[in-house]
Write a protein that binds this ligand. Sequence first.
Ligand SMILES: [Zn+2]
Length: 308
Amino acid sequence: MPTNLFPVVQIRKGFWEIDEFEISSCFLIEGPEKALLIDTGQGVGDLRSCVEMLTDKPVTVVLTHNHADHIGNVYQWDEVWIHPNDRPGLTRKDVERAKNSAAKIAKRQKGCFDGVYKMFKLEPYDLNEVLPSPEKEIVIHDLEDGMRFDLGGGRIITCYECFGHSKGEVVFLDEQERILIAGDSLNYNLGVSAVPVETTLRFLKRLQSMSDRYDCIYNNHHDMRPLGAPLDDDCLPTAIAILEDAMKGIIIPVQEPNFWGQDLPMSQEDIEANKHPKMGDGRPSNRTTLRRGRNFVGIDVNNIFEEK
Ligand SMILES: [Zn+2]
């Protein structure tokens, strides 16, 4: 049986970060009447059972975006909310690729691979236990900018569009606890090649303009931050500064920290062609990586400006 013993950190009363074994982070917010689960990980382990150990309230499942490491266990529920831009292909067809991706992200996050989990046979990294997608139709609802999820007792979580990492990426604001859940729209190793740089910049600046409404930002991987701790305050302004540079034509490609925690060699031709080295699974990439401090941002240099 897949494990339900996910490492869990309670950040506030009724607010948990669930660590999918170093792969992906899911957040569970519980109000007096309802609970909201933000993302469902890659699909390693029995997430629903873990969630039901934490809350007995009815759970609404929302997805920050449609990438394999955020939607994996969605089929454990009957209904889900996702932005319509990201709705196409909301299925986990390729289990082999899911396993491959799970292993790579866990290593990137310097997880306990072969460590204590394995020693105690908790088996979170037995990737053969990635849950297969059941042949099941789920009801899909559309997320919209400004949509509010009322968990009772004044605990309202608001969804905001923040396109960049994907065409339909969204973030969630818990105004009562003053926490922003950013999905993959912000982190220290950020890929934003899904839309023009100008679009990403506009959305990240909007997040910054809302900063009087939150004290901290959590992204849905805990790479480059400890589990249960928010991103440092430099992350958002530095990502914005990198994108502002790109808009001005200041584009100096660098190697990004790769999944294996060491630099990928970047050939001179790659640098000259502004090409990112191939992802480990052989997928071609249109991504050029830029750096400032410890922020890495991957952009598509052929997609800087919005069409007028
Ligand atoms: Zn993603």
